[in-house]
Design a protein around this ligand. Structure first.
Ligand SMILES: Nc1nc2c(ncn2[C@@H]2O[C@H](COP(=O)(O)OP(=O)(O)OP(=O)(O)O)[C@@H](O)[C@H]2O)c(=O)[nH]1
Ligand SMILES: [Mg+2]
Ligand SMILES: [Zn+2]
Length: 313
């Protein structure tokens, strides 16, 4: 079979042993046990929503995967199963929107910062969406968002129920492929249902026992936007550990990036080493201490992980 017999498509869903691939305007199902994918065998388990692949059509709605085309970006985390390996959440996205709620579930800046680090590590544009602004006072919403604006992120305060702030967010999503990440229950799917009338995806409740979501979305969903672009809705991830080395963490905080190289020690991890430019910026108020605290925790967990298993190659 010549290369011209293969069709290009986008992976829109990953299921156990099967991939759903959109080819033109139809979805075909590829069995991962069949099919010869060029490249190492492990690559098969690394295929993610957003990947561009070539397939050859078989009978009915089935097809065989031929190869995965080079990615322009990937968003990965450290998988939670041991041995701990890279888990690609999405491929070929242009941007990541890290979403949290002002309450229910309670606003958690540490977790928000980790989501942003995943996007920064993947080299894509990142932004912050703070939903459920109906549950907090405007001053509190502003206090939550201020450190992100200072770091240079676009911020979108929204209320998916009263349809507030959605125009600005919609404009940001237009014509781009965006991964929407956030804990369960913050309102990711509710927001997308509002942005895409007729979508009507299932949304969940907030557990009265824990104040958390109930994991309504269970897989990454690829949702084309009516006027161009697509949003990848995702399930609320419980453990978010970025797939990076400890020394790469500071580069994933845009407010720290311009200072890298200014520390006394070339291999400074900014954890209390003398004459550290990052710490000095923190003490002078140029870097938000809460963001710095997030940085420290990420580095600590990465160092602890390094001691128990191998990190990225
Ligand atoms: N008060 C308030 N509730 C909201 C808002 N947006 C969503 N909700 C509610 O939050 C709950 C969870 O919404 P979902 O859209 O299912 O949350 P999700 O982030 O997709 O959660 P998972 O799919 O589990 O990851 C639902 O009961 C929504 O009605 C909002 O702006 N304000
Ligand atoms: Mg959902
Ligand atoms: Zn330093």
């Amino acid at each position: 079979m010549g290369d011209s017999d293969y069709l290009e498509g986008t992976v829109v869903a990953v299921r156990p042993r099967k991939l759903h691939v959109r080819v033109g305007d139809r979805d075909v199902i590829c069995d991962l046990r069949k099919g010869l994918l060029r490249g190492p065998r492990e690559q098969r388990s690394l295929l993610a929503v957003g990947d561009r692949v070539t397939v050859s059509l078989a009978t009915g709605d089935s097809a065989v995967i031929h190869e995965c085309l080079p990615r322009r970006s990937k968003i990965s985390r450290l998988g939670s199963l041991r041995p701990r390996r890279e888990q690609v959440i999405a491929a070929n996205v242009d941007q990541l929107v890290a979403m949290h709620a002002t309450d229910l579930p309670r606003f958690n800046p540490r977790s928000l910062d980790r989501l942003l680090v995943l996007g920064e590590a993947g080299g894509v544009t990142c932004a912050v969406c703070l939903n459920k602004i109906d549950l907090s006072k405007p001053a509190e919403t502003e206090r939550h968002l201020a450190p992100y604006r200072a770091a240079g992120y676009a911020t979108f305060p929204t209320c998916a129920i009263r349809v507030e702030g959605l125009e600005a967010l919609g404009a940001f999503l237009h014509d781009k492929q965006t991964l929407l990440l956030g804990p369960s229950g913050v309102g990711k799917t509710t927001l997308l249902n509002r942005l895409m009338p007729g979508l009507d995806l299932p949304t969940g409740m907030i557990s009265t026992a824990t104040g958390r979501g109930v994991h309504t979305t269970t897989r990454v969903d690829y949702l084309p936007l009516p006027d161009g672009g697509a949003v990848l809705d995702s399930p609320g991830l419980r453990a978010i550990q970025p797939w990076i080395e400890p020394h790469e963490a500071a580069g994933c905080f845009p407010e720290m990036r311009p200072l890298l190289g200014d520390c006394h020690f070339r291999d400074c991890l900014h954890r209390g080493e003398p004459r550290c430019a990052i710490r000095e910026a923190c003490e002078s108020g140029a870097i938000d201490p809460r963001r710095y605290e997030s940085y420290l925790r990420i580095v600590e967990t990465l160092l602890a992980e390094e001691n128990t298993s191998a990190g990225p190659a």
